[in-house]
Design a protein around this ligand. Structure first.
Ligand SMILES: [Zn+2]
Length: 54
């Protein structure tokens, strides 16, 4: 599983993640070349973080 998040929603997203997945998640910055073209689906701010467990 892999989820994109903006700066505003990253904290909230991590809470939801822990409830749903109950597992360690890895947070990384979105690659520079995807940054400007990727928007968070909830709010349309630019995505900064990728949360993943794979
Ligand atoms: Zn957002």
């Amino acid at each position: 599983m892999k989820v994109n998040n903006c700066e505003t929603h990253i904290d909230q997203a991590l809470d939801v993640w822990v409830e749903k997945e109950e597992s360690f998640s890895q947070i990384s910055f979105i690659p520079e070349d995807e940054k400007l073209s990727t928007k968070h689906t909830d709010c349309e701010e630019l995505v900064l973080y990728v949360v993943a467990n794979e």
